[in-house]
Design a protein around this ligand. Sequence first.
Ligand code: FAD
Length: 480
Amino acid sequence: MDAKLDIVIVGGGISGLSAAYYLEKAARSQGLWLQTTLLEKEAVLGGKIATQRRDGFIFEGGPESFVTRKPEAWQLCHELGLADQLVGTTRPGKNYVLHNGRPAIVPSGPGSFFATPLLSAGGKLRLLKEPFVKPRTEASDESLGSFLRRRLGDEMVDSVVKPAIGSVYLGNVDEMSVQVSFGRFAEMERQHGSVVKGMFGLMKEKRAERKASGGPRPVKTPAFATLQTGLMALIEALAEAIEGEILLDTAVAHLHHDLTTPKPYALSLSNGRTLLADLVVLATPTFVMADLLSGLVETAVTDQLHNIPYNPVTTVNLAFNRSDIADPFDGFGVVVPEAESSQLLAIEGMSAKFPHRAPANQFVLRAFVGGQNQPELASLSETELIGLVRVELEPILGITARPTRTHVQRWLPANPQPPVGYLAMITQIERALARQLPQLYLTGAGLRGQGIPDCIRQSRELVSQIMANLTENNPLQRDF
Ligand SMILES: Cc1cc2nc3c(=O)[nH]c(=O)nc-3n(C[C@H](O)[C@H](O)[C@H](O)COP(=O)(O)OP(=O)(O)OC[C@H]3O[C@@H](n4cnc5c(N)ncnc54)[C@H](O)[C@@H]3O)c2cc1C
């Protein structure tokens, strides 16, 4: 009998690559003999991570940075030897909301809070009441909108939070699960009775930890980080570190399961080949998981995976000569509320956030188009999209100059929209799979969080689970 364990990972985005990387790492440390094969449908790895390096510019078509508060991406970059390539934000970002056609700064302190035109006096007063709002007692999920409306009031949600979250998740706060999108805040309410009290509690805990450790004040990690040559550098470093095979331009067309054969999984590939496996990890969008699992598990599971909504979005990067712009935008972004008659979801100050992404005499902005309310716009032609963004930018930022470079990236579909009750549904799906398809696992943005650090965390946790199952059930442990 072939004593080697064959593991196939489907999907070469950050989730699939980090699953392969951590699997190999864990196998080495636990003396398991395994061979990983990662299959990617496209000609390049990265999935939503899509950097284009051109003429001294770094254009990001998908994610452009990651948060460091969730440490997994930051840590993985260090582990892969990318520490000297990490670039952090050097200042707190100025964030804006479009208000009556002009960017209004989102308050970040008491002074700007009282002065902001974004909220009426009543809206501001309502915010100040947050610590005194009774906490919800049910532990069940609710929509992010319902959570925030209870805690902060409708005005704050409609004028500030809804557009900000909408531009990140491309969906509606009144439909998405608070547990998936902002579980941390729901937890603060449960533990401290209020988000504000929770934040103060967290600061106090951190101060106490620091005091107890007796160490010096740690060097502050920047809030957001990216890589000198773009986020694709993380994908390239992962691909380099993975010892197993990586097959590009190779889609899995069908998955078969037969427990009577020595290798229970057979994957039919787009190139006509069939690959046998002991264990399979699906790291694709959830609708692809649904297709691949169709006929292998109860239809309730595939229906649930199929029905997870994804909205389309297209990102449009525009570079300008700095000398052509009287007053280059200094903010990290402007989000656009539904009430404003704009065809944009958001504008990001790509150069303001990370100046290294363009030559010194250039300035890059990025617009988001599409989303839940205007999905058809995401499919316009490149010329139409660039024209649309230029027309929209003029009244908002006063930019009339012709761009020197453009980069358009379409994501049809883009990000999953986790509805209320989502985590419970995912847990149910995983239980059904464990019963019906042993040694088949799911990971990725469609499950328990979609930011890059969330994807890495999920794959890392999945590997711990796989290793626990393997070492418990499997005779293939080797004594190296
Ligand atoms: C416009 C945009 C901006 C974003 N901005 C940020 C940001 O700034 N920061 C942040 O942290 N996150 C951001 N995100 C979210 C984050 O980028 C994604 O959630 C994450 O990259 C998804 O990774 P994944 O590996 O789970 O899925 P994907 O990246 O979707 O990878 C899945 C892979 O599976 C492959 N595949 C599909 N079907 C098959 C098949 N049958 N056979 C083989 N392979 C298959 C696909 O080609 C793809 O490569 C953004 C997302 C978008 C769309």
